[in-house]
Design a binder for this molecule. Structure first.
Ligand SMILES: C[S@@+](CC[C@H](N)C(=O)[O-])C[C@H]1O[C@@H](n2cnc3c(N)ncnc32)[C@H](O)[C@@H]1O
Length: 361
């Protein structure tokens, strides 16, 4: 049997805590399900993990925070794995309060380096009787009772809006706890958008990989509309349930044409685009992790039309230039500041600039 992650392993050390109907919130390792005595609800906000959870017989898999009304007050034990963003803990605990019956056992498990000690105040605010029952594998386990159950919980109520402006374009962007750069425009994204204003994409169908709240797609749509260019379709893809929900909301509000895919990477997507833009992930939990972006760079050529453009921003210290050259074609650096570099490359095998159906401008 393969080793579980620390937090999931610690749950397995404490299986006696799981009584009656069980809900696990924030599962990152589906293997933990086979160690539980009876099936229940398993929630993950990661599309790839959710896809695996959905295959496990008997379990009810939930993608993110969209719990159905029939799940209210159904569970005797609700386990909350600590999310990396503190704001998301408030959301996850609210879901736990909703899923757990009054007085249900609430269990919170997290790694010390991910801030479990600081999270206990939030836990005690909903379960004043909470206490630490185990400490192992760099994790702590806290247990309390559902003293403040929620009778209503709707994920849409957690969506908020903020205004961003860049290169003469203003936008409303949806946000919710855990979504990247909630409430502000990331500096890397800003640099990318500035290059898109200076050197616009010559494409009618664009894919935004790792779209987050949909800011790049909505900006491209507004910029193209302002410059009276050809109609643009911008699809987006993100792994995180909250990002998918927010990107859809941002697109609807801005009138963007395009579809948002919930997917771990782009290997599973069908189709080719004339340009792919991205501010790709470089974290997994609290650690720097370039593997998702390296995988994306290995997969992206298959989704780019010959001559199609890849435009990507990344922290300058990350080693993507060589991989872009190998996978796509010669790389230009369009902009660079203290932290970020914007790269551009055209897929080998085309003219470099794509013919599009309607002329620009
Ligand atoms: C640096 S943020 C960029 C978000 C958005 N494009 C922006 O500029 O504000 C990276 C995004 O990658 C998403 N992500 C992480 N791993 C992913 C994967 N394997 N497949 C798709 N998206 C992923 C994260 O959920 C996050 O929204």
């Amino acid at each position: 049997m393969s080793a579980l992650t620390n937090t999931h392993d610690v749950l397995v050390r404490n299986l006696e805590l799981l009584q009656g109907q069980v809900a696990l919130l924030g599962v990152s390792d589906p293997a933990v399900l086979s160690r539980c005595a009876t099936p229940g609800l398993a929630m993950s906000e990661h599309a790839g993990v959710f896809g695996t959870l959905a295959q496990v017989p008997g379990w009810h898999a939930c993608y993110g925070y969209d719990a159905g009304a029939s799940e209210a007050a159904r569970y005797d034990t609700v386990v909350v794995f600590l999310p990396k963003a503190r704001a998301e803990l408030t959301l996850r605990l609210a879901m736990a309060r909703y899923l757990g019956r009054a007085g249900a056992r609430l269990v919170m498990i997290g790694e010390k380096k991910e801030g479990i000690a600081g999270a206990t105040k939030q836990f005690q605010a909903i379960a004043a009787d909470a206490s630490k029952v185990d400490s192992a594998r760099h994790c702590q386990v806290w247990v309390g009772n559902n003293q403040h159950p929620l009778t209503a919980f709707a994920v849409d109520d957690w969506v908020g809006w903020s205004q961003i402006a860049c290169a003469g374009v203003e936008l409303s962007v949806a946000g919710m706890p855990g979504v990247f750069s909630e409430g502000s425009l990331d500096e890397g994204t800003r640099l990318l958008l500035e290059t898109l204003a200076e050197k616009p994409l010559k494409a009618a169908r664009v894919l935004d990989f790792a779209c987050g709240a949909g800011v790049i797609g909505a900006w491209l749509h507004a910029f193209r509309s302002d410059s009276a260019g050809a109609e643009l379709m911008v699809d987006g893809v993100d792994v995180q349930a909250q990002a998918v929900l927010c990107a859809e909301a941002t697109y609807i509000k801005a009138g963007v044409k395009g579809r948002i895919y919930a997917s771990d990477g782009i290997a599973g997507l069908a189709g080719k685009w004339q340009a792919v833009v991205s501010n790709p992930p470089f974290h997994s939990g609290v650690k720097t992790d370039t593997s998702m972006t390296e995988q994306f760079l290995r997969d992206v050529a298959r989704h780019l039309e010959p001559g199609g453009e890849l435009r990507l921003v990344a922290n300058s210290f990350l080693p993507y230039e060589g991989e872009i050259l190998r996978q796509i074609g010669p790389v230009e650096k369009l902009a660079q500041d203290r932290r970020f570099t914007v790269y551009r490359a055209f897929r080998r095998g085309g003219a470099g600039v794509l013919p599009i159906k309607k002329p620009l401008g």
